[in-house]
Ligand binder design. Sequence first.
Ligand code: TYM
Length: 348
Amino acid sequence: MTDFPQRVFSGVQPTGNLHLGNYLGAITKFVDLQKTHECLFCVVDLHAITVPQDPVALKSSIREVTAAFIASGIDPVKHIVFNQSQVSVHAELAWVLNCVARIGWMNRMTQFKEKAGKDREAASIGLYAYPVLMAADILAYRATHVPVGEDQKQHLELARDIAQKFNTDFAASIAANGLGEVFFPQPEPLIQGPATRVMSLRDGSKKMSKSDPSDNSRINLADDADAIASKIRKAKTDPEPLPSELAGLAGRPEADNLVGIFAALKGETKQQVLATYGNANFSTFKGALVDLAVASLGPIGAEMQRLVADPAHIDAILCDGAERARAIAQPTLDHVKDILGFVRQTSL
Ligand code: TYM
């Protein structure tokens, strides 16, 4: 079995407000992983256009996500931060993988069904093929670890299936080209901790999402202290005090969500939070959560504002990242072309 060097890849769409779910489910994990792994963090603008986007808003969203990465503590010098459309390998490899993935696999993707809604015939082909582009993102770097929130689990499983099918279908050619036994690793999803699925503050049965029409349903990374406090105070709860054991959160989705958010922001487990706040009423707990959220997120929002005020600086970071990303991805694509049997110009 081929041994792949450990490499982390993940992506975030530049489609409007980044929220606490993106931060706790993904970005805080990125920040931790950069201490131990070589990492690439990508602003996935090609994914964004699978649904209509306003070009002016898209450009500022790309810069805003980049600013959020950096304001949260990602180091774009030690690691690679870039936007997807600047590295054409993603789109080229996606085409190859479109020819590996099976329609039957794609038809099982639940996020496509949710996003396409009732009028599936009117959805773009890009939205349908979205998870294949995601597989290309990861496999272009032969990444071994992919930190994501719970909602991306099925897409990661698809990426693993695509990698496996490519390795199997082309096993003889991979070996004949001197590329070992296995060309793509099986990327491992990293979905861990108390906030892998942060729920809406207004409805504990719905995921916190950029597309929820109610701004009170989410805390945006760009929110100021007053907005954070007001949204937490208005968050839906139930009439009972907090339980002191985890089992007591069963059937109480709003309480479970707020405890999960608190735990993730504090770096504790839910059980540890309940050991402190068990039997407290929600007004006490929400007060503590406001203080914690404002202390954790306030400085990030302020730093994001400072960074987006200098778009040239952000663009320079993205261009530098793209160049370094290309240097890793292009050889992968060249090997893929050799494996497929394409003719290409090799260095003379
Ligand atoms: P996106 O942009 O929807 O979300 C970015 C990251 O945030 C996580 N997330 C959440 N985590 C917990 N609770 C929530 N309510 C919540 N909402 C979002 C997502 O799971 C994700 O990790 N397809 C991806 C982007 C992508 C990607 C990739 C990720 C493109 N290529 C390759 C990993 C590897 C997406 O739309 O994420």
